[in-house]
Design a protein around this ligand. Structure first.
Ligand code: ZN
Length: 241
């Protein structure tokens, strides 16, 4: 069984198309979208359509819920706030219903998937320190949990009570160890590598690979500016910040 896991697309159609092209060549049996399909970028409806066409497992992100009135945006920074207001104007009833019906947590036989953290998905907290990692690991019933939210590809695990963090592009899963894997972001990477990010999980081999994909960043940036979205959102995708 081979899964392709991706998220934080953030309405970046150019990045999504490049990732879909590369992922399809990995021939996954199932796709998992880890949330934040929209917000920030210029093509929310097109991105939702392309993702739904994969018949994936989908969990919702904070931007998805914010755009459809399920999350208060008073605490969003001004750029995210403006982008959500703009995005709301693009979504018709069909898109709104889809996002409102998307759950926050997926618990499969061998995979947990959630945008932020499995211990309180509705709080949209970041997994940042040892304490967060322990809480998340305690909550997991599977050996692997895929997350997004920080837009930084990374893995977290605990061996004999010691939490470890890794940014290696491959991760061993199973062997009695629980691992949390952040698959990075398709549409707005923040690890100073502007290339889109996704993961492949080979269940039988117990291996996860994080892969990066070049895409037409200039085109995506131009569309953000042409749409009247904040300029900074076009700038940051060029630097992966
Ligand atoms: Zn995000």
């Amino acid at each position: 069984m081979r899964y392709a896991i991706f998220g934080d697309v953030h309405a970046n159609l150019e990045a999504l198309e490049a990732v879909l092209d590369k992922m399809s060549r990995d021939k996954p049996d199932k796709y998992i979208c880890i949330g934040d399909l929209i917000g920030y970028g210029a093509n929310p409806c097109e991105c939702i359509d392309k993702i739904r066409a994969l018949n994936p497992i989908v969990v919702a992100g904070n931007h998805d819920y914010a755009a459809v009135g399920l999350l208060n945006i008073d605490f969003f920074n001004s750029y995210a706030f403006k982008a959500i207001e703009w995005t709301r104007l693009q979504l018709n009833a069909q898109y709104i219903k889809f996002l409102q019906q998307t759950k926050l947590l997926y618990k499969g036989d061998n995979i947990t998937a959630v945008h932020s953290s499995p211990y309180s998905p509705e709080m949209f907290e970041y997994i940042e320190n040892n304490f967060d990692v322990q809480l998340a690991l305690n909550e997991m019933k599977t050996s692997v949990c895929f997350v997004g939210h920080s837009h930084i590809p990374m893995s977290f695990s605990m061996t004999r009570g010691v939490v470890s963090f890794s940014s290696e592009p491959y991760v061993q899963v199973g062997k009695g160890n629980k691992v949390i894997i952040n698959v990075g972001s398709v549409g707005q990477p923040r690890d100073e590598n502007p290339n889109a990010s996704y993961a492949i999980y080979e269940v039988e081999e117990g291996m996860v690979w994080i892969k990066r994909v070049e895409y037409d960043i200039e085109k995506a940036a131009r569309k953000i500016i042409d749409a009247g979205l904040p300029d900074v959102l076009a700038e940051r995708i060029k630097y992966g910040r």
